[in-house]
Design a binder for this molecule. Structure first.
Ligand code: ACM
Length: 572
């Protein structure tokens, strides 16, 4: 068989071949150019958490140094400045803030038109070739619109690059996004008692939380192994309570490392600074002051808070201490005085008072605790825990503050007030029961959102962790209202990921354990269940991880998508 094209080449004059080739090229080139342009004009949209509704438009808005930001209502002025600040490091210029709408290239932020469908945190973001508009009922809604807008920009916009060449135009795809959250409480918890990570780290965490539209940071500040918040009236809490003699080795939990740890704590000025920083990002901080258990660091500082005559050290091993607060009046006075200072620092509705894992041995052996039982007519020592929590709750209510507690606060037979919010951590059962009793509930079950658990069965590939196995896909599969009837589901106000840090000494380890599992939790909290699919999330995540990389977040890479199906190793 002869090959026709060869025959053609042999018999036709070479110039004709060139003309032919040129014609073909000219014919094909504009088409391929067009194709490239249209794919440029329609860049992919990969937003996490997934918005409610995305309607694609035609073309792009080109964000350039000539683009102005117009805060149309006074409550958006600060947001305009924040957006300009977000843009500046990577773009190399800070966009100007305008006071009137221009012919073109204006980003309008506004709460002027009220839209009941959007609620307190929803927004409509519309991008056309001429303008970008973000409309919401509240500054929070505008803020979330800004976060979505950032995710329409090239990933490098998330960078704080020193090198500012070659990146002055951001094409933003034309689109209308209508969005609002599924849950009002979307949280992450960081334990800073076991390992302390400090102000710079916490601010970076708040920045990363903000791009995920998280709105609650639960700050675990006190525990057996350390007290990390300055209380002016009781200086020994931080002078002694923020230092421990040593910590367990990560790879050999039975042996101490012999290295004093601390003093590490936040001053009240630090706390105010971080609360302000979070507020700008529409994140409320919920401090946790643990009681009546997980209190050994406080008892080490002030031995009269405990049940024993001994002086205790700040705990140097992980696990749960049996040394808990006593039930004396001066201990309640102490806690009220501490909470008075805490309330001053955190201007929000909720204080977390812990309440989990309280061994009762000391109360059983304490003549004073037994006397309280007789006085109250209790027959079971567990009732003392309800009594303790209820007293603190009633004190806080007089200050117009409400408690959040771990699900144990419902135990003990002495009821907490209906206004107490329950964090369901031992599965969702406690949360379901709490919802039935009329409490607000935040779902934080170990089975799905404990970020201290391993992410792989091949633990040689991971830094040491507490144990467990919680891969990304399992996190994503969690639906906070599963197994709850429609009426009680209304009591489920949200979801939270918990980061206990016994095995996370360095900040990079915290980031490795959090991300991208916390990205999945953000989507559980924000996106409608019907709008969620793991495969789609996973696809969007590939772009999203580039954003995190630009933010210098040490996330865990996606190395084993199929692990749930085909575990690399048998069950440990
Ligand atoms: C907890 O994990 N002990 C609340």
């Amino acid at each position: 068989m002869t090959q026709p094209s060869r025959t053609v080449h042999i018999f036709i004059h070479p110039n004709i071949t060139i003309i032919f080739a040129l014609t073909i090229t000219l014919l094909i080139f504009p088409l391929s150019q067009l194709a490239a342009q249209s794919s440029n004009e329609q860049p992919e949209i990969n937003i996490i958490p997934q918005p409610l509704k995305i309607e694609r438009g035609q073309g792009t808005f080109d964000f350039t140094s000539q683009t102005f930001i117009l805060p149309e209502t006074p409550d958006t002025v600060e947001l305009a400045k924040l957006l300009a600040k977000y843009i500046e490091p990577a773009a190399g210029f800070e966009p100007m803030i305008a006071n009137h709408k221009r012919e073109s290239s204006t980003i309008i932020l506004s709460t002027r038109e009220k839209n009941p469908d959007l609620g307190d945190e929803g927004y409509i973001l519309s991008v056309t070739e001429d303008h970008i508009e973000i409309h919401a009922n509240t500054p929070a809604g505008v803020f979330y619109g800004i976060q979505t807008l950032r995710q329409l920009m090239p990933e490098r916009h998330f960078s704080k690059m020193e090198d500012k060449d070659d990146h002055t135009i951001y094409p933003i795809p034309a689109v209308t996004i209508t969005d609002k959250p599924r849950f009002q409480y979307r949280g992450l918890m960081l334990d800073e008692a076991r390992n302390f990570h400090g102000k710079v780290f916490v601010k970076k965490l708040l920045d990363v939380m903000a791009i995920h539209k998280f709105n609650r940071f639960h700050w675990h500040l006190t525990d057996d192994q350390g007290w990390r918040i300055e209380i002016k009236r009781y200086p020994l809490l931080t002078q002694y309570g923020s230092v421990r003699a040593e910590s367990p080795f990560a790879n050999d939990r039975s042996t101490g490392d012999g290295m004093p740890y601390g003093p590490y704590f936040y001053t009240q000025d630090d706390i105010r600074e971080i609360v302000d920083y979070a507020k700008t990002r529409h994140i409320e901080i919920i401090p946790e002051i643990e009681m009546p258990g997980h209190a050994q660091a406080a008892i080490a500082a002030y031995p009269w808070l405990g049940n024993l005559d001994d002086h205790l050290p700040v705990r140097t091993t992980w696990g749960i201490s049996e040394n808990i607060f006593n039930l004396e009046e001066r201990t309640f006075d102490f806690l009220e005085n501490v909470l008075d200072e805490v309330i001053e620092l955190f201007p929000y509705k909720y204080i977390h008072i812990g309440g989990d894992e309280v061994p009762k041995k000391e109360w059983i052996n304490s003549p004073h605790a037994q006397q309280v039982m007789r006085r109250q007519g209790f027959t079971d020592v567990e009732q003392l825990q309800g009594y303790f929590v209820n007293r603190i709750e009633n004190f806080l209510l007089t200050q117009d503050k409400y408690i959040i507690g771990w699900d144990e606060i419902l135990e003990g037979g002495v009821g907490v007030e209906p206004s107490a919010t329950v964090m369901s951590w031992r599965g969702t059962k406690g949360g379901i029961e709490a919802a039935e009793k009329g409490h607000d509930v935040i779902m934080t079950p170990t089975t799905h959102v404990y970020l201290d658990y391993y992410q792989t069965k091949d633990i040689r590939r991971e830094p040491p962790a507490i144990g467990g196995y919680l891969p990304l896909e399992k996190v994503y599969s969690f639906n906070p209202t599963d197994g709850i009837n429609e009426e009680d589901s209304k009591r489920v106000i949200g979801v939270q990921g918990n980061t206990w840090t016994e095995y996370m000494q360095a900040p990079w380890q915290v980031e490795w354990m959090m991300w991208p599992r916390a990205s999945a939790i953000a989507e559980i909290g924000w996106s409608q269940q019907a709008n969620r699919s793991y495969d789609d999330f996973y696809k969007r995540l590939e772009t999203h991880l580039m954003r995190l990389e630009h933010m210098k977040v040490y996330f865990r890479p996606l190395i084993d998508k199929d692990e749930m199906v085909k575990p690399a190793f048998p069950d440990p």
